[in-house]
Design a protein around this ligand. Structure first.
Ligand SMILES: Cc1ncc(COP(=O)(O)O)c(C=O)c1O
Length: 446
């Protein structure tokens, strides 16, 4: 890991003057459609700290959106990726292959749920993995329809925009979208009209009814769901929902795909979030946490499904780049060695404990409508007191107050009213608690 002191330090306004200068250059040179949560320019990062060009040290509760679970400069990632860089940067696996790619696929077969024969294909981004999961499922089933869920997020390419639920900012003005994508209800416990305790059974029954009546199960190639819905607001589908949908898929020859791009690789305290209810997906998409910050994604699944696409039908120039594969092997090594599943569980204990305390003791604590998530994927949903009316302004104000004090937090949610916490799993407990102190102070300011 880089030797950045694991201490918060606020030396200037945030963003500081050097960041402001870079931001002015950025505005002139970078397309406006690419946004940034906090225009603080990074100088170095590692452990639980991001150091900016003005020398400020921010506590990182975002991990670059659930990517740097092992930290942004993990020793094993840097060591293995640097060695690979010196050996060769690229050959294209589709031209002359290399061992790192195969080794990553072997690791994926070992780590993902189920002891059946598995194979993988590697890509660059999460969206690309999702697109390829759909291609593979269509090739295998010889069907076309794809079922996705309310509040789901799957990416920004044309197909994955169509699969994503939220219009603004992901889809607005970018259509038309790919056909044969159908959206059905998900068991959002906190907002389920008849209560969280009924959500699993009722939402799965509704979803299955819609699939059966409106699409026809025999036309469905794949059902794709995030076992914890990320951008939609860290929604854990109410218990019973995922098993019912997975069973329906199995009974109807539909490929069940778990999109674990945000929730995978120890983030929720298990290698994959679907393990929580014993789900064994046919295919699983991974990215983000897989490679310690290097761009890599994968589709992993039952060998007979993965082999359904003809030779040459899958791939891409950079997919499974050797440096990214070396990074992934370093990240996986780190996860095993440091027991990052155990660390994620401890983060959940600390964070939920503190957040519950804030809800009960702060004068405005009742704006925290829900505290949820698993492992180091924790969120609070903010509402107008005494109601469930989403309060996006409160989420924005809290995030802003945290940023000003050097704590990087992110928002999410269909209604923009969720504050989400995705600390690197290697964050020190003192630093995590200091981040929570700042969040607590932010409540006092809004
Ligand atoms: C569940 C899920 N699927 C897909 C994606 C898209 O990944 P990428 O941004 O790497 O294309 C994301 C990104 O946030 C995600 O959270």
């Amino acid at each position: 890991m880089s030797d950045i002191p694991q201490e918060r330090r606020v030396l200037t306004a945030i963003p500081g003057p050097k960041s402001a200068e870079l931001q002015a250059r950025r505005v002139a040179a970078v397309a406006a459609g690419v946004g940034s949560t906090l225009p603080v320019f990074t100088a170095r990062a590692g452990g639980g700290i991001i150091e900016d060009v003005d020398g400020n040290r921010l506590i990182d509760l975002g991990s670059g959106i659930a990517v740097t679970s092992v930290g942004a400069s993990a020793e094993a990632v840097v060591r293995r990726a640097s060695a690979q860089l010196a050996d060769f940067t690229h050959t294209c696996f589709m031209v002359t292959p290399y061992e790192g790619y195969v080794e990553v696929c072997e690791q994926l077969a070992e780590l993902t749920p189920g002891d059946h024969a598995k194979k993988s294909a590697l890509f660059n981004s999460g969206a690309e993995a999702v697109e390829n999961a759909v291609k593979i499922a269509r090739a295998y089933t010889k069907r076309t329809a794809v079922v996705v869920f309310d509040h789901g997020y799957h990416g920004r390419t044309n197909l994955t925009m169509g699969m994503t639920a939220k219009n603004m900012p992901y889809k607005q003005g970018f259509g038309p979208f790919a056909p044969e994508v159908y959206r059905v209800p998900v068991a959002y416990g906190y907002r389920w009209p008849t209560g969280a305790e009924n959500a699993g059974a009722e939402a799965s029954a509704q979803a299955i009814d819609e699939i059966t009546k409106q699409i026809g199960a025999e036309n469905v190639a794949a059902i794709i769901i995030e076992p914890v819905l990320g951008e939609g607001g860290f929604i854990e589908p109410a218990k019973g929902f995922l098993p019912a949908i997975a069973q329906f898929a199995a009974d109807n020859g539909i490929v069940f795909v778990a999109d674990e791009i945000q929730s995978g690789f120890c983030r929720t305290g298990q290698w994959f979030a679907c393990e929580d209810e014993g789900i064994v997906p046919d295919l699983i998409t991974t990215a983000k946490g897989i490679a310690g910050g290097l761009p890599l994604s994968a589709v992993t699944g039952r060998a007979e499904i993965m082999d359904a696409a003809h030779a040459g039908g899958l791939g891409g120039t950079y997919g499974g780049n050797p440096v990214a594969c070396a990074g992934a092997l370093g990240a996986i090594e780190t996860m095993r060695e440091l027991d990052l599943n155990g660390k994620a569980k401890r983060i959940e204990e600390v964070m939920k404990g503190r957040l519950r305390e804030m809800r009960s003791k702060l004068p405005n604590g009742d704006i925290i409508g829900d505290i949820r998530g698993r492992g180091a994927m924790i969120a609070i949903e903010l509402v107008k007191p005494g109601t469930k009316e989403p309060d996006a302004a409160a989420a924005g104000a809290l995030a802003k107050a945290c940023h000003a004090e050097g704590v990087l937090v992110l928002t999410c949610g269909t209604y923009g009213n969720v504050l989400r916490f995705l600390p690197p799993l290697v964050i020190g407990e003192d630093l995590l608690n200091e981040g929570l102190d700042v969040i607590e102070q932010a409540f006092a300011q809004i």
